[in-house]
Design a binder for this molecule. Structure first.
Ligand code: P6P
Length: 337
């Protein structure tokens, strides 16, 4: 690509903003700050094996899970990139039990950002790709400082969403409702460069399913029958391959690029599923829909699930439309949860 065609994320965001006459630049500012935070986190993630930062911080997060120091670092970097912008009414993070108000010393704005600062952090020690996931809503509460209700909105009401993948390269992928665009970090420039304009699930999709099969004994009958079909166990179906990284952002990104379906079902041990609705499933569902795919909890479109709690979990089926539809067909026979 000739130098004259290098599109940085900043340039792309400003060009996109110009297309939207009502835009006052707030969303552009927020996404620019998230991109900056991503660069800072990428730098630390890519030297985690060398710095004393690796390893458990010893604390436990609100879910009783051991917190890796990089989790804490990423959470703090994103918070500090956004808290003073004057664009947010409040935030929410996997690392914080309640919603996060904007300090009184800073002005507030009309948007809310919910994020998982570093998903898949248990993979840090084995150098497997990890990611940041973010979801952006407009404030709906009357107050100036934001409130929990601003965070508890359906995925359908998101104004933007995306993820950062810290892998063999660092990529930022986002949507504001006008398609999905991917940017790759050029460390020599310190810039995210447009590398994947207008990302779409491929058609026909590759027949790839992504699920942790170690939990087979805990699955519903419908879930077992679907995977058996994909494996061709009864002499019908088959032709699928299986890929599972165990890092949601990496598994979703591969599914977006190649097609297929990622599944994290409810099971006897996790009756609500494991993944979080507001800052994992819903933002990825927005990206998936904008890329021509879809996401479901097995019965209801993820984008239409009404949240009741900041950290509520959900089963997740996400990817190529035909395979998510297939999952719903197989699960229809299961007893209602
Ligand atoms: P399991 C990582 O811990 C994570 O939260 C997601 O990134 C990933 O998709 C899932 O859990 C993996 O869970 O139960 O297969 O180890």
């Amino acid at each position: 690509m000739s130098q004259s065609h290098v599109h940085t994320i900043s340039r792309f965001l400003i060009d996109q903003e110009r297309l939207n006459r009502e835009s006052r630049g707030a969303l552009t500012d927020i996404l620019q700050e998230i991109a900056l935070a991503a660069k800072v986190i990428s730098r630390e993630v890519n030297k985690a094996g060398l710095a004393e930062i690796l390893g458990a911080a010893g604390d436990e997060n609100v879910h009783g899970e051991e917190v890796q120091k990089l989790d804490v670092f990423a959470d703090r970097v994103i918070y500090r990139a956004l808290d003073h912008t004057g664009r947010l009414a409040c935030m929410a993070s996997e690392e914080h039990e309640g919603f996060i108000p904007i300090p009184d010393k800073f002005p507030t704005g009309d948007y809310v950002v919910l994020f998982d600062p570093l998903d898949g952090s248990s993979n840090i020690d084995v150098n497997v790709s990890i990611g940041t996931i973010f979801s952006i809503h407009r404030k709906i509460s009357g107050g100036e400082r934001g409130a929990l209700e601003d965070c508890l909105q359906t995925g359908r009401r998101q104004v933007a969403a995306g993820y950062v993948l810290y892998g063999s390269s660092t990529m930022m992928v986002y949507t504001t409702g006008s398609g999905v665009h991917g940017f790759t970090l050029d460390p020599s420039l310190g810039e995210f460069i447009l590398s994947h304009p207008d990302m779409r699930f491929p058609t026909p999709p590759m027949k790839v399913y992504s699920i942790n099969e170690a939990y087979f004994s805990r699955w519903s009958e419908g879930q077992r029958r679907m995977v058996a079909y994909m494996k061709g166990e009864e002499g019908v179906g088959g032709g699928f391959s299986s890929r599972y990284i165990g890092s949601l952002v990496a598994d979703f990104h591969r599914t977006l690029l190649r097609g297929g379906v990622f599944m994290y079902p409810r099971d006897t041990k996790s009756p609500e599923g494991k993944l979080r609705l507001l800052y994992e499933a819903a933002p990825l569902a927005f990206v998936a829909e904008q890329a021509g795919g879809r996401a479901s909890d097995g019965r209801t479109d993820i984008m239409d699930v009404v949240p009741c709690d900041l950290h509520q979990r959900t089963p997740l089926y996400i990817g190529s439309r035909e395979f998510v539809d297939m999952a719903e067909e197989y699960l229809r026979e299961d007893p209602a949860p």
